[in-house]
Design a protein around this ligand. Structure first.
Ligand code: HEM
Length: 182
């Protein structure tokens, strides 16, 4: 997993909780990296799971809530760091560009990136289905990112999630339906 995921996670804990909490998590987790991440480095995915688990124990908040909140934080950072990706017509066009453009460019920059599949299909003009599939089971992160995308584009959209995982991968289907009038 790319270092940007770790640096942004620790940044979120630093600013939303405290730098002491960040230190505490790193101490508790016995991380192979020692918690010294660089944005361009690559680290074991198990380290982020350990850090989120430790934060959950410390705060009493469920892991899934924390990962969704992290998705929202990450989204705002992506908007600040990579504004070009957000210059699209609307929310559905943005989500359709993840697999065809955004993650493609991420892969060019970081050939070792571990990216999910984020396939989209339009049932009709006002209904987009987003199919998330990954071996890393970060459906909650995807949900946090998608919820923030809805807010970012200011559209009145209902979001529903179905967990359809059956095999080795996690498969989550998100249905986004524009409410009438928007
Ligand atoms: C709503 C839109 C997006 C969704 C749903 C999404 C979904 C995800 C998820 C869930 C992951 C974690 C890895 C996995 O599950 O296998 C991931 C990784 C990543 N995504 Fe996206 N993403 C979105 C937008 C973006 C944008 C705008 C960027 C900015 C350039 C981006 C860059 C990355 C990077 C750098 C990683 C880490 C890859 C690694 O750890 O090796 N994503 N994405």
């Amino acid at each position: 997993m790319k270092g940007i995921v770790f640096t942004e996670f620790l940044e979120m804990v630093d600013s939303c909780m405290s730098p002491e909490m960040t230190e505490k998590l790193i101490d508790q987790c016995n991380l192979p990296s020692g918690g010294a991440y660089t944005t361009v480095g690559t680290y074991d995915h198990a380290e982020i799971i350990a850090l989120v688990g430790a934060l959950s124990r410390e705060t009493g908040m469920p892991v899934s809530d924390l990962v969704r909140a992290f998705g929202a934080h990450l989204f705002s950072r992506f908007v600040a760091l990579y504004p070009k990706f957000f210059e699209v017509e609307d929310l559905f066009a943005f989500l359709e560009s993840i697999d065809s453009r955004v993650h493609v460019d991420v892969r060019k920059l970081y050939p070792d990136a571990e990216l999910p599949r984020v396939e989209c299909s339009r049932a009709h003009d006002n209904h987009l289905a987003v199919h998330y599939r990954s071996g890393r089971a970060m459906g909650d992160l995807a949900e946090g990112l998608i919820s923030s995308a809805i807010e970012h584009f200011g559209e009145d959209v209902a979001l529903e999630r179905q967990d359809l995982s059956g095999g080795a991968e996690q498969y989550v289907r998100f249905d986004l339906v524009r409410r009438s009038g928007s």
